[in-house]
Design a protein around this ligand. Structure first.
Ligand code: SIN
Ligand code: FE
Length: 287
């Protein structure tokens, strides 16, 4: 990737958690400042994706169908297991190759563009999301059209931050999100309604994931918050990409079809602002 990447790309950081969201133009930011804004609830937004998808690869993806959508939320790419799950295809190897390539490009991009994280991330799953998000029939706790911060029921992060890279590969449909307050604001708002963790945070990291899962559920089940909480609406057009810490930015996808996504886990010790990591915010909240 060229060294001029940072200046050659048109991007901005859109702040969440505010009535009138602040916006920072990329040409005024260095990598460290960009990371700091992301860690505080920014969405790093590229109107034109920095990732390459050949036309025939795009066409291939638009033709993919998902296996039983009751069992699989998306098509998943599991790098560590060299595996794709949830796809209904007779050409798994092409699908695997395309998702592996997106994973490789996004990882390389983080190393170059968000250089404070270079070499400090772990790969989690990637996904391809071929279904229209509007009116998807899902269990309440699995619904992505309700505001939430991410926590994975199937895998613990142990306090690592969840950074996700999305690309809207639909030829013609916007992907529409709402965001609400940040994890920091929501913790302050709802702490009194949450059960404290049973054990001290930093000594038992599984306690972190249990609490985060409960918080995720608490937000989705809170009708008042869903109806009346702060909402900022974002429209991500076809061909755009965005990066976001989904453990900190509360979000809901309202509509859209065909997105690629790759998840990275980053330990709080490699954050520019570790004090904003949920595990550290929780440690002070329950001191
Ligand atoms: C989510 O992480 O809640 C879903 C976001 C999306 O698919 O756009
Ligand atoms: Fe989510």
């Amino acid at each position: 990737m060229p060294a001029t990447l940072q200046t050659a790309l048109d991007y901005r950081v859109l702040m969440t958690g505010e009535e009138t969201p602040a916006e920072y133009s990329g040409d005024r930011l260095d990598a460290r400042e960009t990371c700091a804004l992301l860690e505080q609830g920014g969405i790093l937004y590229f109107p034109k994706t920095p990732f390459t998808l050949a036309p025939e690869e795009g066409a291939f993806l638009l033709n993919q169908r998902q296996a039983d959508s009751g069992r699989h939320k998306n098509i998943s790419y599991k790098a560590a297991q060299h595996k794709i799950s949830g796809a209904h295809t007779d050409d798994t190897s092409t699908l695997y190759r395309i998702m592996e390539d997106y994973c490789r490009q996004t990882g390389q991009f983080i190393d170059t563009f968000l250089s404070p994280y270079k070499g400090h991330w772990e790969l989690d799953y990637g996904s391809f999301r071929p279904l229209e998000e509007k009116n998807r029939a899902m269990r309440l706790r699995a619904r992505n059209d309700l505001l939430h911060v991410d926590s994975f029921p199937t895998r613990a992060t142990g306090g690592k931050r969840i950074l996700r890279v999305f690309t809207n590969i639909s030829p013609d449909i916007l992907r529409i999100w709402n965001t609400s307050e940040t994890f920091e604001q929501l913790l302050d708002r709802f702490q009194s309604q949450m059960k404290p963790p049973k054990t001290s945070w930093l000594s038992t990291r599984p306690a972190y994931d249990r609490w985060m899962m409960q918080f995720h559920n608490h937000l989705k089940e809170n009708r008042r918050f869903q109806e009346r909480g702060l909402k900022n609406r974002w429209e991500f057009p076809p061909g755009s990409s965005w990066l976001v810490y989904t453990d900190f930015v509360s979000h809901a996808v309202l509509s859209g079809q065909y997105a690629l996504e790759q998840t990275f886990l980053i330990d709080q010790t490699h954050q520019v602002m570790p004090e904003k990591a949920p595990i550290n915010l929780l440690a002070s909240a329950y001191r």
